[in-house]
Each structure stands twice: as C-alpha cells, then as structure tokens.
Write a protein that binds this ligand. Structure first.
Ligand code: URA
Length: 267
C-alpha cells in the first residue's frame, strides 16, 4: 500500500507518528519470533511442542493445494459451505440458542487466505447476523486495511456462533459445542494464516490460560492442518485502552510479514 494511504489508515485506528526515526524498537518477543531458526523467549506449551522454524514448518505442514483466489468454488465445496451454514443457523447444541436472535456464521471470501477469529457475537452482530459489525468491527476493518487487507478479502468468524447474554464470557461447554463448526470452517477455507483477536479467542484456540501479552509475537499452530496462528488484542479492548494500539500495530506488521514469508515458502 502506498505510504500516504497507510498513514491515513493508521490515523484511523489511532496510531500516530509510527514512522518517526526514533520509534521504539518492536517488543523483544516480536523480534525474536522473526528470527526464523530461534524459539522466542516466551513460549506457550503448544509452542514448546512445535517450535517454529522454516524447516520444521515444512516437515509438519501437510501440503495444501491452493486454488487461485479468483477461481470459483467447486460445486462440492459450495454445497459443504451451504450445509455447514444451515447447521450453524439451526444449531441447538448449547443453551445459547434459546437467548440469541440468530446464529452468526461468519462472513467473507470463501477463498480467503486470512481467517480472523473473534470471541462471540455482540448485540449488533446478533441483530444483523454478521460478525464484527459494531464499533469494534469498524476498528477491526481499519486495522485490516492498515495492512492492506480490505474486509471483503478475509474471512471473519467467531469462536461462538451465538451471543452470550449480556456479552458474558463464553462457558467451556459452549466453546466445546461450537468449536467443531470453526474447525469445519477452517477445513473448508484452508487459510494460510489465522489471526485470533482477543484473549478469549486466543486462549480457547490454543487451549491455554496464558495471558494474551505472553501469546503475542509468536507463530502458534492450530488444528490438524497446523494452521499458523498469530494473536493480537481485541478491537473492543483497544477502544477502551487506546494506548495499546501501538502494540496491536506491531502485531499486525508481524502477521503481515509472517504471511508474506509463508506465501513465499509455498511458491
Ligand atoms: N466481538 C467479537 O469477538 N466478535 C464479534 O463478532 C463482535 C464483537
């Protein structure tokens, strides 16, 4: 993206002056994670089992045969997306179905290479049936745009497809009931990179209770496809704590460079 436009987007997310000459160095964890053969200093248990290095990634990741982003989906893939959508919208696997207005399946390009994962629908999402359409969603859109990703180019989903009453945290049994839907979305999408926004998404996807700050700045892996996963702050948190937007910007740059590295490896 051209520099002037990126500055404009950064201003929109509230990160000013990011190109100053004496800009502080990125957090140590981010720097360490960018070194291809080194294990970052703060590693989650999952990371310890599967340290990230170019060579190991090549060994453990099954080859993914990618269609071109503009190729139409096969009839079979389309019908799988449709039946999964129908299942989610009529799901009664947990008690949330009795308080929600509607299920929120997820939205975006079914050929997206980026999958953005939040926590659960809020009031506006529950009303409109689409994730991240409230104030947090507007900030998420601006954050994505700042790294050159229009909302239409990614896929956005939540860990939970139904709104918890009063936006309370998801309960373990609700996550257990809903996670298989996300797994099936991932199997259909086969994203190159997952971006978990917020503590709830990160902790549930990585099966850890580690603080979000310790999960940032590393490439984790998720599920059977070992999909690379990066963690950053939830946009709703950033609206409450704008001082952390600069750290979120470091995470986004880290995600973008990781994506570029993975894409180059697959060439
Ligand atoms: N917060 C989330 O985590 N997801 C949404 O869809 C909206 C707000």
């Amino acid at each position: 993206m051209e520099r002037g436009r990126r500055l404009e987007y950064l201003r929109a997310i509230g990160v000013e002056g990011w190109e100053r000459r004496n800009m502080p160095a990125p957090p140590a964890a981010v720097e360490a994670a960018q070194l291809p053969m080194e294990v970052p200093p703060e590693t989650s248990s999952i990371q310890r089992q599967a340290p990230v290095s170019k060579s190991i990634e090549r060994v453990v990741r099954p080859p993914v045969v990618r269609a071109r982003p503009d190729e139409p989906l096969s009839a079979d893939a389309q019908s799988q997306w449709e039946s999964l959508t129908a299942e989610v919208l009529s799901c009664t696997k947990c008690a949330l179905h009795s308080t929600r207005t509607q299920g929120v399946f997820g939205v975006g390009n079914r050929r997206a290479e980026w999958l953005i994962i939040g926590e659960a629908p809020g009031a506006e999402e529950d009303r409109r049936g689409e994730p991240f359409v409230g104030r947090a969603g507007q900030l998420l859109n601006a954050m994505l745009k700042a790294i050159g990703l229009p909302r239409e180019q990614v896929f956005i989903a939540n860990v939970l497809k139904s709104r918890p009453p009063n936006n309370r945290d998801p309960k373990p049994d609700e996550v257990a009931a809903c996670l298989p839907y996300l797994m099936r979305q991932i199997a259909l999408l086969q994203p190159r990179l997952m971006l978990a926004v917020g503590r709830i998404a990160a902790q549930n996807l990585l099966a850890t209770d580690m603080a979000l700050g310790r999960l940032r700045g590393q490439v984790h892996h998720f599920g059977e496809l070992n999909t690379p996963l990066i963690v950053t702050y939830h946009p709703a948190y950033l609206l409450r704590s704008p001082a952390d937007k600069r750290k979120a910007w470091e995470d986004l740059k880290f995600a973008r460079s990781t994506f570029q590295r993975l894409a180059a490896q697959e060439q």
